[in-house]
Design a binder for this molecule. Sequence first.
Ligand code: SF4
Length: 706
Amino acid sequence: MMTVRTTCPYCGVGCGVKATPMAHGAIIEGDPDHMANRGRLCVKGAALGETLDLDGRLLAPAIRDEQGLREAGWDEALAKVASTFAAIVAEHGPDAVALYVSGQLLTEDYYVANKFMKGFIGSANIDTNSRLCMSSSVAGHKRAFGEDLVPGCYEDFELADLIVLVGSNAAWCHPTLFQRIAKARELRPHLRIVAIDPRRTATCESADLHLPIKPGTDVWLFNGLLAYLAHSGAVDSAFIDAHTNGLEAALEAAGECASIEFVARHCGIDPRLLVEFYELFAASDKVVTAFSQGVNQSTSGTDKVNAIINCHLVTGRIGKPGMGPFSLTGQPNAMGGREVGGLANMLAAHLELDQPAHRELVRTFWDAPRIAARPGLKAVEMFRAIEEGGIKAVWIMATNPVASLPDADQVRRALARCELVVVSDMSAATDTAAHAHVLLPALGWGEKDGTVTNSERCISRQRAFLDAPGQARADWWALCQVARRMGFHGFDYRDAHAIFGEHARLSAWRNDETGVPRAFRIDGLAGLSRAGYDGLAPIQWPVGAAGEGSARLFTDGRYAHADGKARFVATVPRAPANPADRAYPIVLNTGRLRDQWHTMTRTGKSPRLANHAPEPCVDLHPHDALLAGVREGELARVSSRWGAMVARVSHGGGIARGSAFIPIHWTGQNASDARVGAVVNPAVDPVSGEPEFKHTPVRIEPFAVA
Ligand code: SF4
């Protein structure tokens, strides 16, 4: 049997995997040569071989008509999608159709989807489930650095003196990176870890200091840190003068937070713990501040990101080994999607939709008949527009919004009234597939071929090692087939290599020919031969013309703003959109479990992964459970102003009084409808459009089985 080097399809760490196909599944090992994991795997990655069977797979296209769902050939299904899209665009304009895609797609799929919508349909109504996990980081990076750039690399965690983990349960959600941190701590005992999280998670248990912050108050905490650093003189004045703008305004916005008591009161943290953290941050030479969904999934998400970056800029701790702000992406290819303009407000190659010169540049490169004239609708807005009738056809790829978007019952209503719902997926048994008029069978991990980019900007190959099952095809292929049936040119790619080459050439052409320099470039990969692409070793962008990668950005102190300087952003603290009240007194937080991934389409196949948490639980403090009249092990109804679900009461999860936690993985396909998305409020960050998954007021009541 031949062993193939590929990349794990789950979290944003992007571990290298060696897969050896067997009669039933595959032998899975960590790739010792991959820079992300150096041979390590977490329990999810190690169980990949148990998830490769064809149970529940969608193996042929299907069309729903008056009699129900029936199998159809590719020709009929593609013709229906193309003709309906074309008719709707002709009658109602390009903004009447939409694509909703996923961080599970490969970069090549993402590239073609964006070219199809933005360059040929002529609408930017293409958004992604990455909107739900890291769009606040994208917006924060752009405000601070002028471009969406993660400055550092995983090695920085091993070189740091202090690692601050904010809203990140890395021990469960980015496990091999956390293993690297644990190993670094053994080798360098002075390394300190501070965890900032409302829950006492597995990550907090391992930390030297846990700040149990009140949900949603991170801007107060980091504004307080900025003020503390400034007033205690722990700043790098030379760096600030040479490489930044805007410190005075940021300090003014942080004004009240100069008082430790004020910050401690707002954040619900013991002032002594706060001072301990501030002193540690000020005194440590090398600091990495890593943040994840606890920061991003907030109506202040973008400000939280900038409040963190401000503290690194004021100390000059960026662009150097062992230091920097670090956004931990959730999905395997959230970063790759950003490279090709995977969000409704972006263009390919890190160009901007709201800049005419950038639009013309991409239109010319694609030889496209038109280009989207303005940013499209972001995820939550998109499904509202579907319900209101503005969008009449939607193509959903590799994601399950009826379970995973906030106010998920609204998404269900939207799809129920949409004229055409196309779903490309591996499975026909998702909440979203139940609404499809056309189902298209997609290749899954181990079957598809392309690239992904992880949190440290490392481009890795996902390689096929299994035959395509049934009639399943690559997502880029289905998009090209529809595009060609709509009369569009430029969609005749032979394979993923041809798409990657075009993507790489766009980044090179943009910088060299048009005078729109961006740090994202992969020039050195533009001329890769088929064999070179097949054998591509993991490499971090920017990749220069000579083919060399880059571990760190900003080493020369130059940023992507026109004046070459980074920006402090004045961040004014504000409370979450929907406060708890008498009717809904508990603040619901949602997130991932250690052993499951998204809505369990793949991880749900492994019994040993299911053992960790066999059913959905609501973690409650015993005091709140008592007040609600529920006991540990009993079923409870969890309701908000948007919807309700049932879960079993648990006192695990290190939950504080007044809070609850429910994992995101269960769906309406389970015995009872266990979609926590139905409960979550749909408020979004005004800058990034990212929903506030971490703060929904709910009521807990006993649930009686009828
Ligand atoms: Fe996969 Fe993430 Fe686990 Fe690595 S840490 S094996 S990428 S789930």
